[in-house]
Structure formats: structure tokens, C-alpha cells
Design a protein around this ligand. Sequence first.
Ligand code: SAM
Ligand code: SF4
Length: 326
Amino acid sequence: MQDRYQRQIDYLRISITDLCNLRCTYCMPETGIPQKEHADILSLEEILTIVKAVTPLGIRKIRLTGGEPLIRKGVVDLIHRISEVPGIEDISLTTNGILLGKMAGDLKKAGLSRVNISLDTLNADKYKEITRIGKIDDVLNGIHAAVQAGLNPVKINTVVIKGFNDQELGKLAALTQKLPIHVRFIELMPIGESSDKALETYIPAKEVRALLEQKVKLTKVQGIKGGGPAVYYEMPGALGTVGFIGALSEHFCNACNRLRLTADGKLRPCLQKSTEFDLKAVLRQGGQEEEIRQIFLQTIFNKPKEHNMELERWGEQARIMSQIGG
Ligand code: SAM
Ligand code: SF4
């Protein structure tokens, strides 16, 4: 389906839970977020019904995210069932990697193609500081397990935060010399826990690249498979690439191909805008595939030309990142 700005919408990001086993300081409050009633969250059957309904509209790629998607019971089976839906060509996952060590093999067998793993530092103490509770060895095991399982590509998402990890970019990029993985540096966005501080502690992608180029030589390369909005470079002798994502400073709204489904069943045309359409209500009032498609068409029609996060704080948004699905 094309939207009003001639963008081809073929990608649905589904948050399958807004809960998480970490508490990253820029994402979640220390106490976590209140757990919703089971009935307030889309069931796995409902998620599957939605996926089946929207492939005729041209949705081809599904990403599961959260919260932490790997803590949702039944996630492996859900991936398997999505992989059997005619028209679905690609299933990916965004995870903090804590449970990936145990699950990567089963996820791959179920039909997962690729994975993005979040890792903001290689220092164990700093990892604990930023996630409040995480153990870095769990993520490092998860990264190795993902590579070993044959998930491809394996991408690392690193949010760059002034004064926290800006001195560590060279070390993080050097992961691409040891492993066939892609380390992507992402601008901190003024969302949720970061809505007040992000505009002071974020570093524009261009500056991140300049900082890294003081330490290592980078050569621009073509995008990688499923590369998304990053611009990619290579270090000499590397097995993988280094990418930069300027969600604020060089936003890629003109190429935006995605919609987002929240764990509580709201369909959103844009990460930043609070517009959302209640798909869960439609489903639970007995809506069939045609009604689901109507909500998708309405959401696609309401996709804004661009966000303006670089000018606005998150303001009155009722949701934080983990409740939208990053
Ligand atoms: N729990 C999973 C994870 O951490 O990968 C999936 C959900 S998390 C919300 C998805 C991504 O959003 C992570 O890479 C995280 O670093 C990123 N994120 C969260 N808050 C952010 C913010 N304010 N600015 C930029 N990225 C953010
Ligand atoms: Fe959890 Fe991911 Fe948010 Fe960290 S960024 S608190 S891992 S949802």
C-alpha cells in the first residue's frame, strides 16, 4: 500500500509486551511500568489474525519488539506461525539479548531471519548502571548465540549518550572485527524517560562518526541486507559494518515504510505522533479481516509526512518507548 506521500508501506512492527527484564535509564522508570491485565494485551492468536489480515495490503515484513519480546510466553511459536502466513517474507526481532543465549537456536528454527540486539557499552559496571539490573555476559552470550544460530544479519543497536559512552565508540565498533555483526550508533531520542534530557545528551550522528573517525579508518559501503535507515561504513579487515542512524538530525521520514502495533492493540502511523487507532476494540467487537484492513488503511492515510522530534519534546505523550515498541 502506498500512503499519501508515495511511500510503500510493507513493514509492521509489533510490540508483543510492554514489560521488560531490564530498566534502561533512558527508557523505563526504575520501578518499571504497571502490569496491564492479561485481557488488555493482544493475545498471540489476535496478533496472528492481524498479520493474516494485512498481507493482502502488502505487509511483507514483521518485526517483534517490546518491551522485551523474549519474555512473552509463546514467542517462539508465534514466530513459527507468522512464518507460515502466505506473503510474509521476513521476520525480525529487537531484543536486549539477555535471553538470547538460550533461545537463539529455537528462534532461528521457528523462522526468525535476523535480530537487532541492544548494547550501549562493553563495560560491565556501566552496563549495570545504564540497565540498572543487567549482566553484560548475558548479552555477550546472546550475541554469540545469534551468530552461531545463523541469524543474519545480527545488528547491535547502541544509543550514543554524551558523557556515558561517547569515549567508547572505537571499542564498540571493533566488535565488527571479531564477529560478522553490524554495530549501529543511534541518536538518543526525546521519548519517555529521556523526554527532558535527550536534547542535551544526544550527539548528532555526523558528530558520532567524526568522533569515531578520530580513532579508526572508515570506508563507506553499500547498505546491508535489511539495513534499514542506517548509513554503513567498514573498518579495515572487518567482518561486519558500522552504521549511523540520525533519527533526529537526518531523519529518514521520506523513506518510512512502517506502522507500529502496540501490545494493547493500538495501531500507530508514527513513532512520535500520538495518533493511534484501536485495533483491539475492532477485533473484540467481532471485526473480521475486512474490518482489520479498514483500520490499516485509515492508519496509512494518517501517516504524517514527517516527525518533528528535533524541535519538540515528547510533551503530553501518554506512552513511553517500551509501550510503543522501539
Ligand atoms: N527491549 C528491546 C531492546 O532493548 O532492544 C526492544 C525494545 S527497546 C524500546 C528498542 C530500542 O529502543 C532499543 O535499542 C533501545 O536502546 C531503544 N531506545 C529506547 N529508548 C530510546 C530513546 N529515548 N532514544 C533512542 N533509542 C531508544
Ligand atoms: Fe527494556 Fe529495551 Fe527499554 Fe532497555 S530499551 S528498558 S531493554 S525495553
